[in-house]
Design a protein around this ligand. Structure first.
Ligand code: F3S
Length: 755
């Protein structure tokens, strides 16, 4: 197994000294989040206090995890770096591409055919470059990581927003874009703005129908989908100690839904139990050796208001079960209030499906608690009104659940469907019968996201998020407003019966078991492994390095588009059906900027082709300039490139011959992504100069032969009437990033330096 206890021991051996250095540098006791951040500084021991929410800091993560959709472009890029192996332990997980339809066996078989070239590619690249590969059916990335790789006090990054799930085992685990992951794979540092800190004090103990899920559903209601932005949420207090490790994972997982950088819990006995039960006594023993460093300092938790930027307190004794939704995970409703809320808002009361699973809630404990409800209903002669669909989190969970009779319990309902150990409906990989009719309906699930269309593509599906046991209860009742604490159901004999409160096992009594966990270790020496990509593939394309800078100023370029108003990475590189092409740069480039609003006329995906005078689509127009050997320029408004960190939004324009993006202001991650791809990302020194850019301009950028940090460049516009205007533009390139520009991309430079 690609799990390196020696690496963990080495990190732990540095912990006491590094934590002490951080205490000294900051002059105060430390939260857990600070301990993990300061012990992972790229430059070693802390020498100064870092300012939260302000300083950009280089870190050295311990691990990387990638899922099959985002891994494609990340690995294609890594192949450009000229390295033999990844610099940091990395795994790839085949989980997002498997569609749920008929049940696990048939679905997996079909997916192996439809996704063959992608799975083969990911498997062979992993094998070649020392990356662990978890095959289709092995499980959902974040459950597999929690079971095998997460460890207290560690830092990891992953190319998926719910990487944060590993906070359940006391990590700082952050979801990043592919470009960041590639940097770390290639041996570079990972940069993050030092986060602000939110403390959540948990008192009391969960009981009855309240579950860990309800903690985060409640927190989401308080903080909303934006409340955690730029922050690490740290949970502490007796209530945290009273909760299972996988329950903590659920809470951290949905930290992504409040926008948090990540969430974490201090090391405790529940984590030790989980480590030992998942065959990691060595990690538990090592963690016990430094356990005082794997949680926040007592002084911090005694006076949290002094040390956190914000503090929330939740009394678990008083917490009731929640149903959050529809269409947003922060619309929190206590189950007890659902009758009035649903009636008031006209939410469909009939529930057709209850779905249990996703990386959020597919642990052994989750399945036992949901199964206890099913068992109780069966014993009382109650038949389910809705279909129950279940995606176990991993093969280890599935195998153990089967051994312990849990799957048999679910199958006592004839309509139940056990799907593959994969994301399935959570990522819209769900062939739901009738979804295409777009009828208004309600479903409940234990997933994390419930945006319109997310699960079944139907914009009228009202999806509500709840704990697995509540999902089971609602599916059995078939009613959105069913409250199992007070309401009764009618059984086959016409009697009114009440469901018993859920019970479950934190961990399997006879331990976990698995036959084939689906892991493929990489070759010890991958030099002879061939990575096979068909030149005719629609979905995959090997990358060609971007051309280096020609060594002169740039001139004769045409305006491709002057975007007006909001231009997010979704406007630049749309998702939806385009995701199919995320491993094929040329094909996905056909979505380049098609969502951006043209400042001349207000249309989307319609610009003037200056070579013909005709109007055309943005990608086609860019291709026409490129074919004529003419560079093009994109002009944008404020906060250009906000949204997801997807690197395609920078790679596509670069691929289509765009030489510079000139905007009023950038979203920082996108600006960095442009720099990494060897593109010029520039800002108007005077934002009003945006108005000078005309639809038929020919553009030059001057000053590049003296390109230096802090030194302005000059843009020269030659208008169609022959008049010329110039204005200065700013940039934020440091010396290293200027080298990226000159080499054609950051990866080109890494490759040059490797030779
Ligand atoms: Fe997969 Fe859904 Fe999680 S897509 S990784 S199960 S959020």
């Amino acid at each position: 197994m690609a799990f390196d206890i020696e690496m963990i021991k080495e990190l732990y051996s540095k912990y006491p000294e590094r934590v002490e250095a951080a205490r000294k540098a900051t002059g105060k006791p430390l939260t857990l989040a600070e301990k993990i951040l300061y012990t992972h500084l790229w430059d070693g021991n802390a020498t100064k206090a870092l300012e939260r929410g302000k300083d950009y800091v280089d870190f050295a993560p311990d691990r990387i995890a990638c899922q099959d959709a985002t891994a494609q472009m990340a690995l294609l890029q890594f192949m450009q770096a000229g390295k033999d192996r990844v610099a940091v332990p990395t795994t790839v997980h085949a989980d997002h591409l498997i569609q749920a339809k008929d049940g696990a066996k048939a679905d997996l078989k079909r997916s192996d055919v439809t996704n063959k070239e992608v799975f083969d590619f990911l498997g062979s690249v992993s094998n070649k470059y020392g990356i662990g590969f978890w095959k289709p059916g092995a499980g959902i990335i974040h459950q597999v990581v929690l079971e095998n790789y997460a460890f207290p006090g560690g830092m990891m990054i992953g190319t998926d927003s719910h990487t944060v799930n590993a906070g359940g085992l006391g990590m700082v685990a952050v979801g990043v874009g592919g470009a960041d992951a590639v940097d770390v794979m290639a041996g570079m540092a990972w940069e993050l703005k030092f986060p602000k800190l939110i403390g959540v004090k948990l008192t009391g103990k969960l009981s009855g129908w309240a579950a860990p899920k309800d903690v985060i559903l409640k927190v989401a209601g308080i903080l909303t989908v934006k409340g955690g932005t730029g922050c690490i949420v740290e949970y502490f207090g007796e209530g945290a100690n009273n909760m299972s490790c996988t329950g903590k994972g659920t809470i951290c997982n949905m930290g992504a839904e409040i926008g948090a950088t990540t969430s974490t819990f201090g090391y405790d006995e529940s984590m030790e139990r989980y480590l030992r039960s998942t065959d990691r006594d060595d990690v538990a023993d090592a963690a016990n050796g430094i356990k005082e460093h794997l949680t926040g300092d007592a002084a911090v938790y005694a006076d949290p208001d002094k040390y956190f930027d914000q503090v929330i307190e939740i009394n678990l004794d008083e917490l009731g079960p929640h149903l959050n939704g529809p269409f947003t995970p922060d619309r929190a409703t206590e189950v007890a209030d659902m009758k009035s809320e649903a009636a008031e808002n006209g939410w469909p009361l009939d529930v057709e499906w209850g779905l249990i699973g996703s990386c959020t809630n597919s642990s052994y404990e989750d399945l036992t608690r949901a199964a206890s409800i099913v068992e109780d209903a069966v014993s009382k002669g109650v038949k389910p009104k809705a279909i129950l669909g279940i995606n176990p989190g991993s093969e280890q969970v599935r195998f153990t659940a089967e051994r312990d009779g849990l799957l048999d319990t679910f199958n006592k309902f004839e309509s139940s469907k056990i799907f593959t150990n994969a994301c399935g409906p959570c990522i819209g990989q769900w062939a739901r019968p009738g979804a295409e009719k777009n009828e208004k309906n309600s479903i409940v699930h234990s997933f994390n996201r419930n945006f319109a269309k997310r699960a079944d593509g139907n914009p009228n599906t009202h999806a509500f998020v709840a704990s697995p046991e509540m999902v089971a209860a609602i599916a059995i009742s078939g009613r959105l407003d069913f409250n199992p604490l007070t309401d009764t159901l009618t059984n086959e004999n016409g009697e009114a019966v009440k469901l018993a409160v859920p019970t479950g096992s934190e961990l399997p009594e006879s331990g976990f078991a698995v036959d084939d966990n689906g892991y493929e270790a990489p070759a010890a020496d991958g030099s002879s492994v061939i990575v096979d990509v068909s030149p005719t593939s629609e979905r995959l394309q090997l990358l060609t390095p971007f051309a280096p800078w020609e060594g002169t100023d740039l001139s004769g370029m045409k305006l491709l588009i002057k975007a007006e108003g909001k231009c997010t990475t979704d406007h630049i590189s749309m998702a939806g059906p385009w995701l199919r092409y995320r491993g094929h740069l040329d094909n996905i480039s056909n979505n380049c900027l098609i969502g951006a609003v043209n400042a001349f006329g207000g249309a989307t995906n319609e610009v003037v082709n200056q070579l013909t005078g005709d109007k055309g689509e943005v990608p086609a127009t860019a291709r026409a300039y490129k074919a004529a050997g003419i560079g093009s320029i994109v002009v944008g408004d404020e906060n250009y490139g906000e949204g997801s960190s997807r690197e395609h939004a920078a790679m596509e324009p670069r691929h289509l011959g765009v030489r510079a993006v000139i905007v009023k202001s950038f979203a920082r991650i996108h600006e960095t992504n442009l720099k990494k791809q060897g593109m010029l990302g520039l800002t108007f020194a005077n934002p009003a100069d945006y108005d000078k850019v005309r639809e038929d301009d020919t553009i030059a950028i001057k000053g590049l032969t003296e390109f230096a940090p802090g030194k302005q460049l000059t843009v020269e516009l030659t208008h169609a009437d022959g008049s010329v205007e110039t204005f200065p533009v700013n940039h934020t390139y440091n010396a290293q990033q200027i080298e990226w520009f000159k080499a054609g991309s950051a990866l080109n430079l890494i490759k040059e330096q490797a030779v």
